[in-house]
Design a protein around this ligand. Structure first.
Ligand SMILES: [Zn+2]
Length: 114
């Protein structure tokens, strides 16, 4: 009979995860929308640095890393656009750091370079 309780427990956790994950995501988005462009840029860059660290320490999969990095880089870029910061040739569109010619990714924040 114990198996029934284990199964029930697992189901409850799965259901809770399905219900709460979008709520948490939504709260994050709301916080982002309420923040100033400068605040959102800082938050996105902080998230990029955090993600980079987690990736280096094998806490996120390659796939999650790529997805999240693109999302945060887009967020940072949108905030920079709003701030009227121009993206200069030879600089990262997300964080503005100088980039090496022909580099695929920013060495500062890890964002993809066009
Ligand atoms: Zn960068």
């Amino acid at each position: 009979m114990a198996a029934v309780y284990v199964f029930g427990g697992i189901m409850a956790i799965l259901i809770a995860a399905v219900i709460f994950a979008p709520l948490l995501e939504g709260r994050w988005r709301e916080g982002m929308d309420g923040a100033s462009a400068a605040g959102r840029k800082e938050a996105a860059l902080a998230a990029l640095r955090e993600l980079e660290f987690e990736y280096q320490t094998d806490k996120v999969s390659e796939e999650d890393y790529a997805t999240l990095r693109n999302r945060y880089a887009r967020e940072a870029l949108a905030a920079r656009d709003e701030l009227g910061e121009t993206v200069q040739q030879g600089s990262c569109p997300a964080c503005g750091a100088a980039t090496k010619e022909g580099a695929g990714f920013c060495s500062s924040c890890g964002g993809a370079l066009a």
